[in-house]
Design a protein around this ligand. Structure first.
Ligand code: NOJ
Ligand code: CA
Length: 565
């Protein structure tokens, strides 16, 4: 298929002027190796995904965000990219990709792909070339190589740890060391190198030319570094100010020059391509830089994901973010789950983070037995309520595959079946490890049917083992049940379009500290009871509720009402 033909495949009904399609979009994240397996080899692929486009249509989403599908040695679930402009042969071909774009666009669903610019895979031809080239060579300059310390350079250039545990510098055959913020198979690019910058522009155009509508930018706050000859120690780095764009390793002001160039590429297209930054920065003000229309345009707000199920936490996150978005001209991004976090149905069944010392959002405690201390029923109920609260908000909603089934985290994956470097190498860093378990538990292949090998994920077994209880969460089981979480998501997403006439909300008094209530400009009210005791229902015509209600609003329940005033 020619590039011209591909460019012509814009979603039906989408005018070329609807450059704002993303502002209130529902974006569904697909982790491709675990979504649907088209050829029965146990690994999800593009054919499988394409065969499930009718499911996505029925669900009512606006866009798919596809996590990395590029050739990769899978040292970090595909976030170690060996070739930015191809498809992993285990996942499919470029032709399959084009077919997927066409199939999604035919249904009016946009496609966002993941770009991983801080690091490549150690299998990337440029890293292999760097290894084969002498110190000081142009090939080494594309990455961050340094001589070591000690008499023979046998000590790393600095004592920095990698995010997944272990040292952040690895020694190569001729004695030099390279920097890797993540696993040792993920060498950091040198963003001072013009060739690296140019190559990413080529990559962005490559996918945009194939009809991709936007990009999710991995660890967007890293990339550009300022590394003096004498490197600071880790303790010194921790003590440095990260709020003013001058920290040596993260969120540097010059980074915005990179994104300004990317913005020029996005604007070459009609409709302009969009981007959303995964930017872990110190303040909402710093996040706003990534969300500006001169930069990436949108930035994830993970604050709801880190919050306990609690009215005042939810309200303060929402207020702060709406205010920030209004100031930058971007729109809010609401997230409860993704491929890096413990599924929210499970998180909400845990005791509050503050009471247990666990890190909010990331942890699900495993005191000997899987699922110890998790109230699954409560977690499910709260998850449904939180989702309906989130879908009632102005801004865009990012959903993670399987949350529409109410899936829980899988806790009991045997150690020898686990794949996540955060589990395999990161006993000491709690940040990414979910208290030692890693992220595989939210990446288990989806159950499509209640029986059969891999519950309909494929015709063979799945690359991560699925538990028996997946049967009751299968798409097949849930679509037959009007009370299921899937049925709730479908109804909510259909109705949500009626809320998207404007991007504002008005908070209303409830008289209960556990209850939040807001009105949208179309007259609908969203009321969530975060507590345990039922409260009186505000008057209004019933639209939808996260669980059955009668004359009162029970605890852990959200209702959408059409106000009578
Ligand atoms: C963030 C991604 O979401 C995560 O899965 C990955 O491990 C790191 N970035 C490194 O690319
Ligand atoms: Ca497959």
């Amino acid at each position: 298929m020619s590039t011209d033909t591909l460019n012509a495949l814009v979603p039906p009904g989408a005018s070329t002027t609807d450059r704002d399609w993303w502002r209130q979009a529902v974006v569904y994240q697909v982790y491709p190796r675990s979504f649907a397996d088209g050829n029965g080899d146990g690994i999800g692929d593009l054919t499988g995904l394409r065969s499930r486009v009718p499911y996505l249509t029925e669900l009512g989403i606006d866009a798919v965000w596809l996590s990395p599908f590029y050739p990769s040695a899978l040292a970090d679930g595909g976030y170690d990219v060996a070739d930015y402009r191809d498809v992993d042969p285990r996942i499919g071909t470029l032709e399959d990709f084009d077919g997927l774009v066409a199939a999604l666009h035919a249904e009016g669903i946009r496609l966002i792909v993941d770009i991983v610019p801080n690091h490549s895979s150690d299998q990337h031809p440029w890293f292999q070339e760097a290894l084969a080239s002498p110190r000081g060579s142009a090939a080494r300059e594309r990455y961050i190589f340094r001589d070591g310390k000690g008499e023979d350079g046998e000590l790393p250039p600095a004592d920095w740890p990698s995010t997944f545990g272990g040292p952040g510098w690895t020694r190569v055959a001729d004695g030099q060391w390279y920097l890797h913020t993540f696993a040792k198979e993920q060498p950091d690019w040198n963003w001072d190198n013009p060739e690296v910058r140019e190559d990413f522009l080529t990559t962005l155009r490559f996918w945009a030319d194939r009809g991709v509508d936007g990009f999710r930018v991995d660890v967007a706050q890293l990339l550009v570094k300022d590394l003096p000859a004498e490197l600071p120690s880790w303790d010194e780095l921790q003590a440095m100010d990260a709020d003013h764009g001058t920290h040596p390793l993260q969120d540097r002001d010059e980074l915005q020059d990179v994104y300004a160039q990317w913005r020029e590429v996005f604007e070459e297209y009609d409709t302009p391509r969009v981007a959303v930054a995964e930017a872990h920065v110190s303040t909402p003000e710093r996040r706003a830089r990534y969300a500006s229309s001169a930069s990436l345009g949108q930035a994830f707000n993970f604050d709801l994901m880190w919050a306990d199920f609690d009215a005042s936490s939810f309200r303060s996150v929402v207020e702060a973010d709406l205010e920030q978005s209004a100031r930058t001209g971007s729109s809010s991004t609401w997230v409860l789950s993704n491929h890096d976090a413990t599924r929210h149905a499970t998180r909400y069944g845990l005791p509050p983070a503050a009471d247990t010392g666990r890190k909010a959002g990331t942890a699900w405690m495993l005191e000997g037995a899987p699922r110890a201390g998790v109230d699954l029923q409560l977690g499910t109920r709260r998850a449904r309520a939180a989702t309906l609260f989130l879908l009632g908000l102005p801004g865009s909603a990012y959903l993670y595959q399987g949350e529409e089934l109410g899936l829980h985290e899988v806790g009991d994956i045997p150690a020898d079946a686990r794949q996540d470097p955060a589990f395999l190498r990161c006993v000491e860093t709690q940040e990414w490890s979910h208290d030692g378990l890693g992220r595989d538990g939210c990446r288990v292949p989806l159950p499509w049917t209640s029986e059969g090998p891999s519950f309909g994920f494929g015709t063979g077994s799945a690359h991560l083992p699925q538990p028996a209880w997946f049967a009751q969460y299968s798409v097949e089981a849930e679509q037959a049940d009007p009370g299921s979480t899937l049925s709730l998501y479908r109804r909510a997403l259909r109705l949500r379009h009626k809320l998207q006439t404007s991007e504002t909300l008005e908070w209303l008094e409830t008289g209960h500290e556990d209850v939040l209530r807001f009105r949208r400009p179309n007259g609908w009210e969203i009321v969530t009871n975060f507590g345990t005791e039922p409260v009186a229902l505000p008057t209004g015509q019933f639209v939808l509720a996260s669980d059955p209600i009668e004359d009162q609003l029970p605890g852990a329940t959200t209702v959408w009402l059409r106000s009578e005033s």
